[in-house]
Write a protein that binds this ligand. Structure first.
Ligand SMILES: [Zn+2]
Length: 464
């Protein structure tokens, strides 16, 4: 073996296997067992060996209107590595009128030489012309698309196009992801609120009630039911939404969902936080603005229960970072102009480990299923990613449960002037991060070179 991790606790979705060696050859996992010999030995005694994290929902280097995300691929991927994520799937937004293939080529070219970790893309469907192009996606290694039922007059598509897209995607083995909120009614409520001079960040949440998420999930699930087509609901935020997911799953509809750390750790009260900067005292909450919005305590609790019970299948981040100064502040005096998005790519795994596995008895096996194994299966990476098994890529975390850390803007690796989790204490994190057998990160030191990440050519959905 080229490298052998000695005497660690190997975690998979099925169990925790103590006192095990893991051997690597040519960047792949070659053996799991006892007494393995190798040229390089890494002591894993007292530590967990887990698959590298997979974050299937990121927005790096992306423009939304005039706003461009603070993180590009380099800074976002550095954060990912420090937090133990070795693969991510980013959204490709075609410009208005641009074809899917042109957009994909543009995005691949953008990342090509600078990637630090493995990456793939989901294509966003914006108009009916994109339907004709779906059949070409699989041969390009793209097996998922996204439809928006929110963001009226921007990204929102109508019900007919949504239906046709889900149907076509089903026939091709492409998974359709959905941003499920009623964008038409949200748009009306936002205009109403502005008319009443309700301008502060909290009105972002008040204009997007959870009923509008639940109703949109119900609609999407109805389409999936009629068409017997697979569907993935992104960033689930509410208890009412979760109930719709459960209802659909119980009815045998092939539907899966994810939630994100922000919905597990914050509520709409955070939108009313007070700040220190002069003139921005009532605007601190803008840092927590994302869509769907943060909800209430009962929603937060319901989502944690959903992770443990299995109603929620995946944890991703929806990492979409905008500077507080200069970007979020564009919405001072008009909440509807605050760019929507929060960070999380760096903190996801440690947050879930400490506040989930340690504090809430989320089984460690579920942790691996939610963050690594199931996302790999859903998004066409089974057999290569998300699992510590022979033949899989050697994407490995040497996870030290004793590692202690407090998140802060002063120590994070992403490029942002605030940290959403400022002051959050965690125990447990990656001491070493390996991608295809190459050490990217070792006890706080980055050993990574631009170009070490590869495009993830993904296979069609085969979970049905
Ligand atoms: Zn998103």
């Amino acid at each position: 073996m080229d490298v052998v991790f000695k005497n660690g606790s190997i975690v998979t979705g099925e169990g925790i296997f103590e006192g095990m060696d893991l051997g690597i050859e040519n960047g792949k996992i070659a053996a799991l067992g006892k007494n393995l010999a190798g040229q390089k030995i890494i002591d894993a005694q007292g530590k967990y060996l887990m698959p590298g994290g997979i974050d299937v929902h990121t927005h790096l280097d992306t423009s939304f209107g005039e706003m461009h995300t603070a993180d590009d691929f380099t800074s976002g991927q550095l954060g990912a590595i420090a937090g133990g994520t070795t693969s991510h799937l980013n959204f490709c937004f075609p410009a208005p009128g641009q074809s899917l293939m042109e957009s994909l080529a543009y995005w691949k070219n953008k990342v090509f030489q600078e990637a630090l970790i493995d990456y793939g893309f989901h294509m966003v469907i914006r108009d009916a012309n994109h339907l004709k192009e779906l059949s070409g996606l699989i041969e390009k290694g793209v097996s998922s698309i996204k439809c928006f039922l929110a963001y009226k007059d921007k990204l929102q598509i109508d019900e007919e196009l949504f239906y046709k897209t889900v149907e076509k995607a089903r026939d091709l083995g492409i998974l359709t992801m959905v941003h499920a909120e009623n964008g038409t009614l949200i748009d009306y409520r936002v205009r109403q609120a502005l008319g009443r001079k309700e301008l502060l960040p909290i009105f972002h949440a008040r204009t997007r009630p959870p009923e509008f998420e639940a109703q949109s999930i119900h609609f999407a699930a109805s389409v999936a039911s009629v068409l017997r087509a697979p569907l993935y609901i992104v960033h689930l935020s509410s208890k009412k939404g979760l109930e719709e997911i459960l209802r659909a799953k119980n009815a045998g509809i092939p539907l899966w969902t994810e939630t994100c750390p922000q919905y597990l750790f914050f509520t709409e009260e955070d939108l009313q936080r007070k700040g220190q900067s002069p003139g921005l005292e009532d605007f601190e909450g803008a840092k927590w603005i994302c869509s769907p919005p943060l909800r209430k305590e009962e929603d937060r609790e319901a989502l944690w229960d959903g992770l443990i019970s299995g109603t929620i299948d995946v944890v991703s981040t929806d990492h979409c970072s905008f500077y507080f100064q200069g970007q979020k502040t564009r919405g001072l005096g008009d909440f509807s102009k605050i760019p929507n998005g929060v960070p999380g790519i760096e903190e996801r795994l440690s947050l879930l480990f400490y506040y989930g596995c340690i504090k809430r008895k989320l089984p460690l096996e579920r942790f691996v299923t939610l963050n690594c194994e199931f996302p790999a299966r859903l998004f066409g990476l089974e057999g290569r990613k998300g699992k510590l098994a022979v033949g899989y890529d050697a994407d490995i975390l040497l996870w030290n449960p004793q590692l202690k850390k407090t998140f802060s803007v002063h120590s994070h690796h992403i490029r942002l002037d605030y940290n959403l989790y400022e002051g959050f204490y965690v125990e447990g994190g990656p001491e070493m991060v390996m991608l295809r057998g190459q050490i990217l990160y070792d006890q706080g030191r980055f050993l990574v070179q631009p170009g070490s990440g590869q495009f993830l050519f993904r296979h069609p959905l085969d979970l049905l």
